[in-house]
Design a protein around this ligand. Structure first.
Ligand code: CXF
Ligand code: ZN
Length: 370
């Protein structure tokens, strides 16, 4: 069959909208019609050359849609099921899945190669194999993906909202609740209010943090953070650090969550300095893996018993937490609709990413054609 898709051919080049050939599902695979796709900052890292995928590759790793067909042996879902995609496949069998850490599933090792778990591709352009970001390629109207990449959700939920729970929402919410271990009464500082940071705010507030202090240079992002649970918002790290000193009588923060689009040495240093004894810095945002971004005093790390930890997906469990977060939304305890700044068509994908670069979007969402 044919499908329209937004394809990256090289770093530094915009998405090209093309008609691709798409193979139907083989064993363990499903055909999905994507309803919506989120514009996560990570796809910009591919354009900017910070992360290097195998090109050409269909963009998009936040997706929700409806299963149209299943391949042999698939029992997890059936045609008609509504699903949210997990940007990390979870096989359920590897050491990490088997020990409850499916955000580290071994199948995740090749998500930038863009092939399916069996090593082959389902998208093709004039005979050339085209990969799919995170084995998903949600910037396509349809895709053939692994059953390990889907999570069935309740079919009354709006897919154009549920799509956010494929990456940004759990990554942020869980960076506070799981990776950061925020507890009632804590003081939590969050650097960067985008699709992930805004949910770190909701997560920290949900956990009962007394002070949820955000840092972002963009005024409307600070205002949005204050609407979803932040208690204080500052344009600079220095202003935030001064306030945290006051709020905690000098003890400083319990957690600093780094959710900026591109992590650098400055933000890691700011975060390390804003936490107090026993505090934790969580590095959720990405940077070019070749770049060294953590330069802190080992003496302070030891004597103040500080922790610096990285996290993928906030250390959440896709199969469990995607459903859980949607149920929190359904119960009115998690804001999702308010997080979508702008909706785009697939043809407008480059415009959507320009808006993200320009600081105009908390989260942009592509709504695919019917
Ligand atoms: C990223 C991780 C690296 C590949 C693209 C997706 N995760 C979330 O945004
Ligand atoms: Zn993402």
């Amino acid at each position: 069959m044919k499908t329209k898709a937004a394809v990256l051919f090289d770093a530094g080049k915009p998405f090209e909208i093309l008609e691709l050939d798409l193979d139907g599902p083989g064993p363990g695979e499903v055909l999905i019609k994507y309803t919506a796709a989120g514009l996560c900052h990570s796809d910009l890292h591919l354009i900017d050359g910070d992360l290097v995928p195998r090109f050409p590759i269909v963009g998009g790793h936040e997706g929700a849609g409806v299963i149209e067909d299943i391949g042999p042996g698939v029992t997890k879902v059936q045609p008609g099921d509504h699903v949210v995609c997990s940007f990390i496949p979870n096989c359920g069998r590897c050491r990490y899945c088997a020990t409850g850490r499916s955000n580290l599933c071994d199948l995740g090792a090749t998500i930038l190669d863009g092939h399916l778990p069996d090593g082959s591709y389902r998208f093709h352009a004039n005979g050339t194999d085209v990969g799919a970001v995170c084995m998903l390629g949600t910037f396509a109207e349809r895709a053939t993906i692994s059953e390990h990449s889907v999570v069935k959700i309740d079919d009354w939920l709006p897919l154009t909202t549920a799509v956010l729970v494929g990456c940004g929402v759990p990554t942020g919410w869980a960076s506070a609740n799981y990776a950061g271990g925020v507890r009632a009464g804590d003081t939590t500082v969050i650097y960067g209010i985008g699709g992930i940071g805004i949910n770190a705010v909701q997560g920290a507030a949900h956990a009962g943090a007394k002070n949820v202090v955000v840092v972002d240079p963009v005024g409307f992002k600070r205002d949005t953070a204050l609407e979803v649970g932040a208690t204080h918002a500052f344009a600079t790290a220095a202003e935030a650090a001064a306030k945290v000193g006051e709020l905690t009588w000098g003890q400083m923060a319990d957690q600093a969550l780094i959710t900026v689009g591109t992590v650098d040495e400055q933000v890691v240093t700011d975060a390390f300095n804003v936490i107090g004894k026993g505090g934790t810095v969580v590095v959720t945002g990405l940077a070019n893996p070749e770049k060294l971004t953590v330069h802190v005093s080992g003496g302070v790390l030891t004597l103040f018993e500080k922790t610096i930890k990285g996290t993928v997906f906030g250390s959440a469990n896709p199969q469990y937490d995607i459903v859980k977060l949607l149920r929190l939304y359904d119960a009115g305890k998690l804001k999702l609709d308010e997080l979508v700044t702008t909706k785009y068509t697939l043809d407008q994908v480059n415009e959507g990413y320009q808006d993200l670069r320009d600081g105009k979007n908390i989260r942009g969402v592509i709504v695919h054609a019917e």
